[in-house]
Design a protein around this ligand. Structure first.
Ligand code: OAD
Length: 257
């Protein structure tokens, strides 16, 4: 099933007139780059692995090597992929609208690589590392290329305090960075249009942002997703399909007029 042309036209019309467009993205926007999502039933990461073993502070303390190796595997994968036409289409909107901010749950950096300049990263950055104890303040970033350690034995140690070094991502049970979260809710409450792309809309607090946009700013909500997940029922316009295919079509329509 693919989005109706009339829905694409309607979405282009509201985006063209937006003073402030917020684009909220999840793992689906990077799928066509080769980065697996979390909850797709066949190839989603959480279909194969238990997040409680790999993506919590307790899991890291129980088995630092397992968690470190899993994130290193994902970091190397992310370093080997490129933005897809969906990321480039979102970046292209910057030249067409007064203000556009991307809020992403993704840790892969592909929006910035595609050229988006204002990106709020709610769940961190998989290419960065920090001290587990944040001994020099939050975050105590560590450049692991400057460290030497026995990679077979697990993560390196913080050069300041000796605690383990961990990926600079948000794990389950951890709070999101407050400045990023506050700014995201402020934008949701002020935007004219929220374009939601490739998220199941399950994980809080990011999943609250579309509700905030509808409730507080009466924003028009557009959802781009091959599946009718949690956001589709409340969307004003649901564009069913892959973001790497639909977003370039949407941008072409906005550009044409
Ligand atoms: P999910 O894996 O939960 O959802 C991915 C969404 O992308 C689903 O709704 C898919 O239908 C959709 N999708 C798949 N292919 C697509 C495509 N080509 N184009 C557009 N959409 C597509 O991923 P998120 O919603 O991002 O958190 O998950 C949120 C958070 O849960 C992640 O940031 C991560 C995870 O646990 C942490 O690690 C803290």
């Amino acid at each position: 099933m693919s989005a109706e042309q009339s829905d694409l036209d309607a979405a282009a019309d509201v985006i063209r007139d937006a003073e402030l467009l917020v684009v909220l993205t999840g793992a689906g926007v990077s799928k066509e780059s080769g980065v697996p999502t979390f909850r797709d039933s066949l190839d989603g990461l959480w279909a194969k692995y238990d997040p409680m073993d790999l993506a919590t502070p307790d899991a890291f303390q129980r088995n630092p090597k397992l968690v470190w190796d899993w994130y290193e595997y994902r970091r190397q994968m992310v370093n080997s992929v490129q933005p897809n036409p969906g990321h480039y289409a979102i970046a292209a909107l910057e030249d067409m609208l007064p203000e556009i901010v991307v809020i992403t749950q993704n840790v892969d950096g592909l929006h910035q690589q595609a050229g988006s300049t204002d990106v709020i990263r709610l769940h961190g950055d998989i290419t960065r590392h920090r001290c587990f104890d944040n001994c020099q303040g939050n975050p105590t970033l560590i450049d692991i290329s400057m460290l030497t350690w026995d990679q077979e034995s697990g993560p390196p140690h913080c050069p300041h305090c000796g605690a383990y070094v961990r990926p600079d991502v948000i794990w389950f049970t951890e709070a999101l960075p407050s400045a990023a979260l506050d700014r995201s809710f402020d934008l949701a409450q002020r935007c004219d249009v929220m374009l939601v792309v490739g998220t199941s809309g399950i994980v809080q607090p990011a999943a609250q942002l579309p509700y905030a946009a509808k409730r507080w700013s009466s924003a028009t909500l557009i959802d781009v997703n091959p599946m009718r997940d949690e956001i589709a029922p409340m969307a004003d316009i649901f564009l069913q399909g892959k973001s790497g295919e639909l977003l370039p079509q949407l941008v072409a329509r906005i550009r044409e007029s």
